[in-house]
Design a protein around this ligand. Structure first.
Ligand SMILES: [Zn+2]
Length: 253
């Protein structure tokens, strides 16, 4: 068996047998990796606590046929607030879920790796409500699907734009509406975030608008992922399904 080292973000984990856990990581160079951590549920080891969702580790692994084995895990980034603040943990969980959905085994995605490690660190440091919207916008750009926001995707009307639908590629007027409602303020704020003016939006946004942007961005990425899954030819997911019956990792904090 080949030994390798890689950095990775723990996306989720679940029980395996009596004492082990399967850890799903998004790694810097190997994309998504599934690895067994042996014995971590028997002892209250630091090793085990480093393999919780949201942890960023320097890891050492043995390559296996189906699952690798994680033999060492050192913390690469200590993010104390992320663990103890429920709202931040919830936001981290949204981002981890997104990475879980769009990352693939054996596929390096350095831009996504940098993006998510940066966003997690930002969330731990600051906790501002635009971390998730800014993250989602950058992911959509990385995925090559920037929604049209200044006119209806169907008729090009620039007034009375009231809905947004990623499967149509952007916002829609009252007549052509589908997808989710969007306010004019949220639409303009979103345009600013796409233009990279996150700080400006943060400074000028009410709590109410920030929360609309947060739920809206979650919906946009969901719509994108649904669409991506439908067009995907990757169906070999039986391994995940078998183990997920036993899933006890926090998914919706
Ligand atoms: Zn229209």
């Amino acid at each position: 068996m080949a030994l390798y080292r890689d950095d990775g973000i723990v996306l989720r984990n679940y029980k395996l047998g009596e004492a082990d856990r399967i850890i799903i990581l998004f790694t810097r160079t190997r994309g998504k990796v599934r690895a067994v951590a042996k014995g971590v549920r028997r002892t209250k080891s630091k090793f085990g606590s480093r393999l919780e969702p949201g942890s960023v580790i320097h890891g050492q692994f043995y390559e296996g046929r189906n699952l690798d084995i994680v033999t060492q895990a050192e913390s690469a980034a200590v993010m104390p607030t992320l663990r103890t603040d429920l709202s931040r943990y919830g936001r981290a969980a949204v981002m981890l879920e997104v990475v879980d959905q769009i990352s693939e085994e054996g596929q390096t995605n350095t831009a996504l790796y940098k993006l998510v490690t940066g966003a997690l660190a930002e969330l731990d440091r600051d906790g501002n409500p635009l971390v998730v919207p800014a993250f989602v916008v950058k992911v959509l750009v990385l995925e090559g699907v920037q929604p049209l926001l200044d006119r209806c995707v169907t008729c090009e009307a620039t007034d009375d734009l009231i809905a947004i639908d990623m499967s149509h590629g952007g916002v829609l007027c009252r007549e052509h509406r589908s997808g989710d409602p969007i306010s004019d303020d949220a639409r303009h704020a979103l345009m600013n975030v796409f233009d990279g003016h996150v700080r400006h939006v943060l400074e000028t946004t009410s709590d109410q608008l920030a929360s609309e942007l947060e739920s809206l961005s979650s919906r946009l990425i969901e719509q994108h992922i649904e669409r991506r899954l439908r067009s995907s030819t990757v169906v070999d997911q039986h391994l995940i399904h078998d183990a997920e019956a036993d899933d006890d990792s926090p998914r919706d904090g």
